[in-house]
Design a protein. Structure first.
Length: 173
């Protein structure tokens, strides 16, 4: 970290329903470019979620618990508002294919118009993690299949804890 300058900040935003090793890869890449990474668990109004905002934050926190200079927050608002509030230098997002890239470029344009001091950096997911997606992880959870190698063990344990907790609540109601 450069002592003379304010630490640089990158936001890694997303739904993280739940976080995967693909997202962890993007956080690691962002840390190579910026001093601090704030992973922001957010709401995409076009999606319905398996896990609540608080649960998605809990799982992401567990996944990243051993990483330095990473903070996990949740935010229900516009991404450009968060970028302004945090005085973020960058929004870092990953993309897997051309469809992702087109969507992310549109979002980048929109956010740049509202938060001109924050640039968007798009990082291509490496081939071996391109297969990973939250959708796939959710499918495997529903089918009670192993999540090994899809997300860190700490996050798998947290998901199990949350599912047990929710099952218990369901039986009580
Ligand atoms: O993981 P996702 O679902 O691709 O994440 C998308 C997310 C949550 C980053 C995006 O929907 C978002 O920025 N939501 C916050 C509200 C916002 O700024 N919307 C802009 C719509 S153009």
């Amino acid at each position: 970290m450069n002592n003379n300058k304010k630490p640089t900040i990158a936001i890694v935003p997303g739904s993280f329903d739940p976080i995967t090793n693909g997202h962890v890869f993007i956080v690691k890449e962002a840390l190579k470019l910026y001093d601090k990474v704030i992973l922001a668990v957010m709401i995409n109004s076009e999606k319905t979620y398996k896990f609540s905002l608080a649960e998605r934050k809990e799982i992401a926190k567990s996944a990243l618990e051993n990483m330095q200079n990473v903070e996990v927050i949740s935010f229900d608002g516009w991404l450009y508002e968060l970028a302004q509030n945090l005085k973020a230098d960058a929004i870092v997002k990953g993309y897997r294919n051309d469809v992702d890239l087109k969507y992310e470029q549109q979002m980048a344009k929109f956010n740049q118009q509202h938060a001109p001091n924050t640039k968007t950096v798009l990082i291509k997911a490496s081939d071996d993690i391109t297969i990973l997606s939250s959708t796939l992880v959710r499918e495997r959870i529903d089918k009670k299949e192993s999540l090994d190698s899809f997300l860190p063990n700490s996050a798998i344990n947290k998901i199990e804890e949350i599912l047990t907790r929710n099952n218990k609540k369901c039986r009580e109601c």
